[in-house]
Write a protein that binds this ligand. Structure first.
Ligand code: NAD
Length: 332
């Protein structure tokens, strides 16, 4: 690269950009636009040599077609659906993501939510807060069953699914996974079992935790029909993508007690509408599902270290292309 480059951080990150400057400062000017929408980029991004995008804005063909020198767009996160990767490829611009910044955190959250539901922790806490004089006892949460020996069912054994499998094993759970896209041997390497079909996984699992991406195949993979295949008194945890789980079906199943509980970190609409039936039930102490639902605001990824990984790994990838090296984790 002749002369200094320019790296634009479009959104989410403001000054001071300690990590970005440490990694890129000797070869590029780094500019944070703190954009709230794509229009905020107009006139400020066209001459960028590399771009780092977070989750607050979309980068569509309207922006991509105006880029003059861009050698890389990094989506500093896992999902890259807010960047038009096809339009970028047409212009010869690679799009990369940062796939591993929150692997451990999401797996920890999936297990934390599992423990909270199966040990009755949030249920008892909710009930005790409401009726402190009557409920200093475990009676209301009965029956709970011992976790050791129960089956933890994973849909999608990629990075996060694998990390969740290792954690569930240490709790003494039998881990079963369904993932038609991983080659034979994963089960042996991890010491877990493979289900050949989704039905096989569902019918045996005390806890079902999807860790697959949202695709046409996985949209509402957890729905009324598939929940009906799970044993009575089982649980659904979703830390993947909102669209993977039909939350209306989950609410119905918790209300009817077919499911003993559900924990949802991701929703199809985020933030949710107050009239969303799941949210309304979770807020209403008189709803029969109220105490058996846990909702989190798409926070499973978050830790200070993970957030720093996004900046550091995104910046390192920009540095690679500015120095003429091949970028990593290209998704288009
Ligand atoms: P990954 O790509 O490493 O693994 C995904 C796995 O799903 C792969 O093994 C793939 O073969 C499998 N898969 C794809 N289609 C499938 C299908 N039809 N049936 C079964 N398995 C299928 O992804 P990852 O990094 O482990 O991320 C997993 C999910 O977690 C993604 O949906 C991601 O968006 C989500 N995520 C959520 C948060 C959060 O804060 N809640 C943070 C990061 C990632």
């Amino acid at each position: 690269m002749a002369g200094r480059g320019k790296v634009v951080v479009t959104d989410f990150i403001g000054e001071p950009m300690k990590d970005e400057l440490k990694i890129l400062g000797d070869i590029a000017d780094v500019v944070a636009l703190n954009a709230g929408c794509e229009e905020d980029l107009f006139g400020r991004i066209e001459d960028a040599d590399a771009i780092m995008v977070y989750h607050c804005i979309e980068v569509t063909a309207r922006t991509i077609d105006r880029l003059e020198n861009c050698k890389l767009i990094v989506r500093c996160g896992v999902g890259f659906d807010n960047v038009d990767a096809v339009a970028a490829r047409k212009r010869g611009i690679p799009v990369a993501n940062v796939p591993d910044y929150g692997t451990e955190e999401v797996a920890d959250s999936a297990i934390g939510l599992t423990l909270s539901l199966t040990r009755g922790i949030s249920y008892l806490d909710n009930r005790l807060r409401r009726t402190p004089q009557h409920e200093w006892t475990h009676f209301s949460v009965r029956p709970l069953t011992r976790l050791r020996g129960q089956t933890f069912g994973i849909i999608g054994i990629g990075r996060i699914g694998t990390a969740a499998a290792l954690r569930a094993k240490t709790l003494g759970m039998n881990v079963l996974f369904y993932d038609p896209y991983v080659p034979d041997g994963y089960d042996k390497a991890l010491g877990v079992r493979r289900a050949e079909t989704l039905e096989e996984l569902l019918s045996q699992s005390k806890v079902v935790s999807p860790h697959c991406p949202l695709t046409d195949e996985t949209r509402h993979i957890i729905n009324a029909d598939t929940i009906a295949q799970m044993p009575g008194g089982s649980y659904v945890i979703n830390t993947s993508r909102g669209g993977v789980v039909d939350t209306t079906a989950v609410l119905d199943a918790v209300t009817s007690s077919h499911l003993a509980g559900a924990a949802i970190d991701v929703l199809e609409q985020e933030p949710p509408d107050a009239n969303d039936p799941l949210i309304a039930a979770w807020r209403n102490p008189d709803h029969p599902a109220h105490d058996r639902l846990i909702i989190n605001p798409h926070a499973a990824f978050y830790s200070e270290e993970g957030q720093r990984d996004m900046c550091v790994k995104g910046s390192e990838n920009c540095r690679r292309v500015l120095l003429g090296e091949a970028p990593r984790n290209v998704v288009n």
